[in-house]
Design a protein around this ligand. Structure first.
Ligand SMILES: Nc1ncnc2c1ncn2[C@@H]1O[C@H](COP(=O)(O)OP(=O)(O)OP(=O)(O)O)[C@@H](O)[C@H]1O
Ligand SMILES: [Mg+2]
Length: 349
């Protein structure tokens, strides 16, 4: 996938902004606060329909404006996201897309950002969010099953809070949940299988080291056991007044040479592991939908030493379009041809 042109109207600090991109490597530079992350964020809004910095669209609309608009032309389609006070409208090639599930992932972008390291210490629900977003971008059946499961889960929890639980209704909800849980677990299994296949070798390649990195999926149960487990959990559900079993409790963690990565790895090693994880995600997306996502690096390179920078850029820009932000070009060790987008210079034109 390639982004050819991005147009922003009243988005964050931009009244109007047009940027054309090189099909390979792009470097956006400018001082703190000029709007580098805002540009990458707008691309992620087109990819995920949501920002990674806020859940409130109002924050994305330029101060004192009524709405904002992101127009993005890829090599195949024109995407438009219009963010209003209360609602957002999504368009592909000028056709209104009513369900966001049919928009997510049509433009596929992967973002590397400095606070990705939080993944290691976040609450499980935040880690699951990462998992759900990435699988949703490549699987319609996953996103549909997940939305339906979450709806039923809400119903079930509401039911369990009532003084007299309607057991018949509870049974019906459980029955409806079984095929949904099966799809969710199968898709997650496949995700972790592909990530596991690539993670360690990618880590070794990027960091030029020998450590073994593994990702471990802690899932609620095997697909064959879903019905039994739902039954077994009933007593506990009644006691706690919420659903104690299901994929909404799944989690994952990382091991380095067999020990918990977060407890033993250095900051640099953690950073490299996450970069390897993101690279493995790129492999997963390619494996699932045979498309290479657009790679966005927000202030990541300046955190790496020069050798690691060079290796990273080398591995990355072979087949993906890459967009990098940094405060200046001096600190970067890049031996490839790139397009420089200097926001400070453009601001004065
Ligand atoms: N809704 C909004 N309306 C107007 N300006 C906004 C809005 N939201 C954010 N901004 C402005 O956007 C700027 C921040 O942009 P951004 O985070 O992209 O900067 P950056 O270039 O990535 O900086 P850094 O190098 O520090 O990461 C700030 O000046 C902020 O005030
Ligand atoms: Mg920034």
């Amino acid at each position: 996938m390639l982004i050819k042109e991005l147009k922003l109207y009243n988005y964050r600090n931009y009244s109007r902004k047009n940027i054309t991109f090189d099909p390979k490597l792009n470097i956006i530079i400018g001082p703190n606060g000029i709007g580098k992350t805002n540009i990458l964020e707008s691309i992620i809004v087109v990819s995920n329909t949501k920002s990674f910095r806020t859940n409130n669209d109002q924050n994305l609309i330029k101060k004192d404006s009524e709405f904002s608009k992101i127009e993005l032309s890829s090599d195949t389609d024109r995407f438009k996201v219009v963010l209003g006070n209360k609602n957002r409208s999504l368009y592909i090639n000028d056709v209104l897309i009513k369900k966001s599930s049919e928009f997510i992932g049509k433009l596929n972008a992967i973002l590397f950002k400095p606070n990705d390291l939080e993944l290691f210490v976040q609450a499980p629900n935040e880690r699951r969010k990462v998992l759900d977003i990435e699988i949703s971008k490549v699987s319609q059946s996953y996103i549909r099953s997940l939305l339906q499961y979450n709806y039923l889960l809400k119903e079930k929890n509401r039911l369990l809070k009532e003084p007299e639980v309607d057991e018949m209704l509870l049974e019906t909800i459980n029955e409806q949940m079984i095929p949904l849980i099966k799809t969710i677990l199968e898709e997650r299994d496949y995700f972790f299988e592909v990530i596991s296949r690539h993670l360690s070798s990618l880590y070794n390649e990027i960091s030029a080291s020998e450590s073994e990195i593994r990702i471990i999926y802690k899932k609620c149960c095997e697909t064959a056991d879903i019905a039994n487990k739902l039954q077994e959990a009933k007593e506990k559900d009644f006691y706690y007044h919420y659903s104690t079993f299901g994929p909404h409790h799944d989690d994952y963690y990382f091991l380095m040479d067999g020990r918990e990565l977060n407890a033993i790895a250095s900051q640099g090693q953690k950073r490299m592991s996450l970069i390897a994880f993101k690279f493995a995600l790129i492999k997963y997306i390619k494996d699932k939908i045979n498309k290479i996502p657009i790679v966005l690096l927000d202030d990541i390179l300046s955190e790496l030493d020069r050798d690691n920078q060079e290796r990273l850029i080398g591995i990355m820009s072979e087949d993906a379009q890459v967009i990098i932000t940094n405060t200046d070009i001096k600190g970067l060790n890049i031996n490839k041809r790139y397009k420089l987008i200097d926001l400070k210079e453009e601001a004065h034109v």
